[in-house]
Design a protein around this ligand. Sequence first.
Ligand SMILES: Cc1ncc(COP(=O)(O)O)c(C=O)c1O
Length: 397
Amino acid sequence: MDSEQWMILSEKYVAHTYARYPILLVKGKGMRVWDLEGKEYLDFVSGLAVCNLGHCHPKVVKAIQDQAAKLIHISNFYYIQPQIQLASLLCQHSFADKVFFCNSGAEANEAALKLARKYAKEKMNNDRYEMITMERSFHGRTLATLTATAQKKFQKGYSPLMPGFKYVPFNDLEAVRVAADSKTCAIMVEPLQGEGGVNCPSEGYLKGLREICNERGMLLIFDEVQVGMGRTGKLFAYEHDGVEPDLLTLAKSLAGGVPIGALLVKKEIAESFGPGDHGSTFGGNPLATAAGVAVLTAILEEGVLENCREVGSYFLSKLEGIKRRFLLVQDVRGKGLILGMELKVEGAPIVKEMMQKGFLINCTMDHVLRFLPPLIVTKEEVDQMVKALEEVFKGIS
Ligand SMILES: Cc1ncc(COP(=O)(O)O)c(C=O)c1O
């Protein structure tokens, strides 16, 4: 069967929850992926910030193969070796003392919201259950995380949403001060918004949130599902500002593409989850956590963060150069290797043209081209992509 026949089958049998581009990718290695007919693409999407080490990193592949041959799954009724290793590694390299494992970003955020509520009931008072989240945020698709996601387009059709959420504009500390009251138990925020258009925190914003939380006895939850695991050039995005959260969520790149989610948390708060309070059949299973150990070790040992910072700032300067030359570019922003280019025109046709030229890029919020290459991308690969993008822009302006 060729790609087209597979796509017809997909339309027939797979639920239509995604608007898909008409390519069928079957193989990947490092920065490159190939479709069924053998056409090669340079991947500046990384499965949406999942394959931070590139496709099929040899150590991740080996860890998965070895673990699959030993023990793929076993219940959380029993102790699990790679789960313990991954939790220890995450705690050694972060603010956290404990890790709860699950299977996706939404689940990690769901766990954070549940734990924050439970902690508040136990340690604050029964009435404190409300959360403040930010406009243009994205936290997931479960009912609670969809409610946390302050974007109407995702919430449409699912009312009534969960009670207990208030929304304020991102980067507006005064709005948080006004919104927070005696019912508020936590603030949930992405330290850099991804889906919402690659929006960076303004100077002092995260520190300001920390101060408000400290003053009012509220918890600070950082959603690093997209920007954690090195994406911004530090292992965790919060490190740039020297501001520690009380809870932090991870998923996407944590196991290099094997589904996983994690909630990292300080000990005192973690104690509000006792046996039976929360759980997941697959959460932290041997296969996913063995992959996670391999990913985290490679990020720490293979100069991945240094490359992300160096190539990231080179990439940003190249995008700024394009902005100076093309009026259709409104803004360029980002950190490390999560970069956005806001356009005055629709981004989707540009994504399609780039695909024809052999480059995968993404567009979010209709007008923001988002670049999320593997953190191993080279300056030469950035040059190739930027050259192709300029050619596409020349065709438009
Ligand atoms: C910041 C953030 N949080 C949560 C999620 C949801 O993650 P998942 O799709 O794994 O449920 C995403 C997904 O894009 C995200 O970017």
